[in-house]
Design a protein around this ligand. Structure first.
Ligand code: AR6
Length: 169
């Protein structure tokens, strides 16, 4: 099951919250900044031990002050026009995040709209890739039962709702 909601991902009581981080894993703006602020300094301290993260990969930490159990940190592609493997890297973010969440026993996972803020990935293209990848992984690997796409703003939510509708057609 995939649902789309508008809201602030730091308030969601789910097993795993996904963070749209950068390769240093040492915090930043956007959803990354919000997650670090809400989690508190323990999150940054644990992130310092992880040695960074390559685009498309995912690493897990505790969630500290967040209502979630774990945080899955993934790094989206910086949009460079679309000919530099950005689509494949974005799909890999969703795939590897679901995999590591499932490995840690997470049933419910909340995702932000990875790469469509500071990294500039076109929203509708990103939404199509996200929803198609999530649906494919959830069909073949039943460990995660529910994914919530948590969108900041109604335009973003609408793009993901459209992508879900496209998939059901
Ligand atoms: N809850 C849910 N979504 C949010 C929240 C929130 N609290 N805050 C922002 N968003 P971005 P990126 C949305 O820029 O494009 C960071 O500095 C936001 O509106 O956070 O992957 C990292 O350190 C947008 O729809 O992530 C990296 O350097 C979406 O989250 C870089 O930004 C993603 O926007 C990563 O860029």
């Amino acid at each position: 099951m995939i649902e789309v909601v508008a809201g602030d991902i730091t308030t969601f009581r789910v097993d795993a919250v996904v963070n749209a981080a950068n390769p240093s894993l040492l915090g930043g703006g956007g959803v990354d900044g919000a997650i670090h602020r809400a989690a508190g300094p323990g999150l940054l301290a644990e992130c310092r031990t992880l040695g960074g993260c390559a685009p498309g990969e995912a690493k897990v930490t505790h969630a500290y002050g967040l209502p979630a159990r774990i945080v899955v940190h993934t790094v989206g592609p910086v949009w460079q026009g679309g000919a530099f493997g950005e689509d494949a890297t974005l799909a890999a973010c969703y795939r590897s995040s679901l995999r590591v969440a499932g490995e840690r026993g997470a049933w419910t996972v909340a995702f932000p709209s990875i790469a469509t803020g500071a990294y500039g990935f076109p929203l509708h293209r990103a939404a199509g890739i996200a929803i198609a990848t999530l649906a494919e992984v959830m069909r073949t690997d039943g460990r995660v039962a529910r994914v919530t796409m948590v969108c900041r703003g109604h335009e973003t939510a609408r793009a993901y709702e459209d992508a879900v509708a496209d998939l059901l057609e």
